[in-house]
Design a protein around this ligand. Sequence first.
Ligand code: FES
Length: 93
Amino acid sequence: MENADQEIIICRCEEISRRQILAAIADGATTIKGVKIRTEAGMGLCQGRTCRRLITQMLAQSGARPAAELYPPTSRPPVRTAQVGEYIREEDD
Ligand code: FES
């Protein structure tokens, strides 16, 4: 049963399991950014809105830092390229 708990998905977007998050913490991650760098948790489509709270809880439970000291990482929303013409109205209209 314990192994099943380890395979629970914490970050649905990047399919990162509890075991992988705990391994990142054991590897020295003490911040959300540290976990993100080691596992890519929080880099998915929702940008951590779903998994950030769970990762914060896991870090706090590990004793790395109190939850109040775990600031959210800088948000960098996904971008897509656009043609300049999409922003310019044609004057002939
Ligand atoms: S659930 Fe982790 S980035 Fe979306």
